[in-house]
Write a protein that binds this ligand. Structure first.
Ligand code: 5AD
Ligand code: SF4
Length: 350
């Protein structure tokens, strides 16, 4: 009778399920099961992180991209996208402002922009790490060679986010043009790990052609790859992409999966993503309540912020970063959590 609950108990006790068990709970979870998973996830999260929420300063350094992912508004075939890239000075000034606001992690995120060569990136990373010795640098710049990952790591980068998008090869091929490959994505993730980065993977919830079965592959992948971080957020259509008429992913399912991922890997760093906050005004808080422990406010220059339009109606804060962080602190405090000034590294497993 309580089959879903029994499976969730098993996950809570062992951190592992068979693929068909993941598929079963995704297909059959009830409202009651949702709350049960959420409560267990909350307990696990408290064991490692208490009520602390880590913040990362998200700097969107370029919206140029050589790729043509079918879901993304930054794809190269989107001629209506107004392209920009930040200068080194702009990036350093974002870091300065963020540091003063209490951020101790800077995330440099961008499309696959050939302008940001290894030399240019290493120079920027080096300067940031020299100035802010108590900070972590996270990169999210897509697929690069192992040599490139190594150079950026040696220059001081600590973490790298590269969403796997889907752990099912056939599904991957439906989301990407044929020049992109599932094997390459998986190789990049392995290269990043071998290089010594703290690595983040992730996927969209409700992307076109996704099924409970492909999601069960994602969850099994998280179990076996054991990333330090995992970013998940609902798919949201963008008007200038082939998926413009597809429906957005479900906030409820995203929250349920956040709880499930927390049970798989209790010490994982899980962001309450912008996509979650874009579909519902309290999406981010609900993400934290479901087991997420990271928030990544956008600190990019106000003049460019609207241009990083991966999907339609992306949550945009017209607030200066100082006001934005005050608002987030209040929202988070209202649900019993606390934003901290900390690098926010992953806790060791006990
Ligand atoms: N909806 C939600 N998330 C998206 N991403 C790209 N396009 C969309 C979309 N339409 C996510 C992908 C990618 C990251 C940059 O943003 O997972 O890795
Ligand atoms: Fe480029 Fe990333 Fe968008 Fe793909 S998802 S088009 S790689 S920015």
């Amino acid at each position: 009778m309580d089959k879903v609950k029994n499976i969730i108990d098993k996950l809570n006790n062992t951190g592992s399920l068979e693929k068909n068990e993941y598929e079963y709970i995704i297909k059959n979870y009830s409202d009651k099961d949702f709350h049960y998973a959420k409560e267990l996830s909350k307990k696990k999260r408290f064991e490692y992180y208490g009520n602390k929420v880590y913040i990362r300063a998200l700097i969107e350094i370029s919206n140029f991209c050589k790729n043509n992912c079918l879901y993304c508004g930054l794809r190269r075939d989107n001629r209506t996208c107004s392209r920009y890239r930040l200068t080194k000075e702009q990036i350093l000034s974002c870091c300065k402002e963020s540091y003063e606001l209490g951020f101790r992690t800077f995330v440099m995120q961008g499309g696959e922009d050939a302008y940001f060569t290894d030399d240019i990136m290493c120079d920027i990373i080096h300067d940031i790490k020299k100035t802010y010795t108590d900070c972590a640098v996270t990169l999210s710049l897509g697929e690069r060679s192992k040599e490139s990952y190594k150079k950026l790591f040696d220059a001081g980068a600590d973490r790298y986010l590269l969403r796997h998008e889907t752990a099912d090869k056939t599904h991957y091929m439906k989301l990407h043009p044929k020049e992109m490959s599932f094997e390459k994505r998986m190789n990049c993730l392995n290269d990043l790990k071998e290089t010594g980065y703290q690595v983040g993977c992730g996927f969209m919830v409700g992307s076109p052609y996704q099924t409970p079965k492909t999601l069960s592959e994602d969850l099994k992948f998280i179990e076996t790859f054991s990333p330090h971080m995992c970013g998940i957020g609902p798919f949201i259509p963008h008007h200038a992409t082939p998926f413009k008429d597809d429906v957005a992913g479900s906030v409820e399912l995203t929250l349920f999966l956040i709880s499930v991922i927390r049970l798989i890997k209790p010490n994982i760093l899980l962001p309450a993503t912008t996509a979650l906050g874009s579909l519902e005004s309290d999406g981010r808080e609900r993400g934290i309540a479901a087991g997420a422990n990271v928030i990544m406010p956008n600190v990019s220059p106000m003049s460019e912020r609207k241009k990083y339009e991966i999907y339609d109606n992306k949550a945009f804060s017209g607030n200066e970063s100082a006001l934005e962080i005050e608002n987030i602190k209040k929202e988070i405090a209202a649900i019993g959590y606390e934003i901290v000034t900390d690098r926010g590294d992953m806790r060791k497993e006990v």
